[in-house]
Design a protein around this ligand. Structure first.
Ligand code: HSE
Length: 337
């Protein structure tokens, strides 16, 4: 963005006027390139309410101001042709359009290049990384200095479109960075949680397809009070462990009696992988989001690397390709590249 940037006030008729929004005057050709991170949703016991961002993988978006009003998608790479270029069908452009509507600027023209740098349908918040990258690029171009949380409703709309349900446990940490609790959806109440700084995360993606939409359909709608009590105890224990930096408490709280028993059947050798990870020194192990990726928390990087090695070796032995990532918790969220 080399042009001299002039600011312009948003007309008082627009909702965002209550935020005293002053935006950049956009010159065609101005562009920005951003990265948004993958995320681990649920964090085992917190179905739809807990998630954290990782350093890698993630997606990149290049957004360019065009002279013609409207949103276009000129290029998508790394998706093997799986994502629609039609801006009415792509979650990135649809979310950006909702955002522009909210600030009364549908007169603007923006072109999107989406570079997928992570597997689709992996349980690592692939659609949310793209959506958040798009929203963050638009916010950056416009010089909208309001809190990132302002973008959350538009990102949730993107999730709704991607999998039929507007859960926020991927988009909220992708947007805000760090470890995030969605205390309530109606009204939306999102809280950033602290975490022990040394906590590392080993993620392994076994290359089998588990679409979130389907992984949600197999979950039971009713649960027994006894199971709910166990789950509440674990969620409270995990949050408490995050605040007190008690890694043992974090580990023993990460048990899921509601969703994992059902979803684990979609993941090849899930329980063998858990055993391998725990024997190699994991603090905890579970499904990342709706799977098939799995993750383990560890106290250090070397243990995380050992775990990814063991799990990938095991998967190779049963003829399943995989990808692995080792990361700390990414507190920064999206960034300009
Ligand atoms: N909470 C969501 C689910 C996350 O488990 O379906 C999807 O990545």
């Amino acid at each position: 963005m080399e042009q001299e940037i002039q600011k312009e006030a948003i007309p008082a008729s627009v909702d965002a006027a209550s935020d005293n929004l002053v935006l950049n005057h956009l010159v065609p050709g101005t562009e920005v390139k951003v990265f948004a991170p993958a995320t681990v949703a649920n964090v085992v016991c917190g179905f739809d309410i807990l998630g954290f961002a990782v350093n890698e993988p993630g997606d990149e978006v290049v957004m360019r101001v065009t002279a013609q009003p409207g949103i276009t998608i000129s290029k998508i790479t790394g998706d093997n042709g799986r994502l629609p270029l039609d801006p009415a069908k792509n979650t990135v452009s649809v979310s950006v359009l909702h955002y522009l509507q909210s600030i009364g600027r549908t007169d603007l023209g923006m072109d999107i290049e989406l570079h997928k740098k992570m597997p689709i349908g992996s349980g690592l918040g692939s659609s949310s990384a793209s959506t958040v990258a798009g929203l963050f690029a638009a916010k950056t171009l416009l010089g909208d200095e309001r809190d990132m949380a302002k973008l959350l409703p538009f990102a949730i709309k993107g999730e709704e479109m991607a999998c039929g349900h507007g859960h926020a446990d991927n988009v909220a940490p992708a947007l805000l960075g760090g470890f995030v609790l969605i205390r309530s959806y109606e009204p939306l109440d999102v809280i950033r949680l602290p975490h022990p700084s040394g906590l590392h995360c080993a993620v392994v993606f076994p290359d089998v397809d588990v679409p979130t939409r389907e992984a949600r359909q197999i979950i039971r709608n009713k649960i027994a009070m006894k199971d709910a009590v166990t789950q509440w105890g674990n969620i409270a224990g995990l949050v408490s462990g995050l605040y007190t930096q008690d890694i043992d408490l974090i580990g023993r709280s990460m048990q899921d009696v509601l969703v994992e028993p059902v979803r684990s059947i979609l993941i090849p050798d899930f329980y063998t992988m858990r055993q391998l990870a725990m024997e190699a020194g994991a603090v905890s192990f579970g499904i990342s989001g709706s799977g098939p990726s799995v993750f383990a928390f560890t106290r250090d990087e070397a243990t995380a690397r050992l775990i990814t090695q063991k799990l990938q070796q095991h998967l190779a032995g049963i003829k399943i390709d995989s990808q692995a990532y080792v990361s700390t918790i990414n507190d920064a969220g999206p960034r300009v590249l």
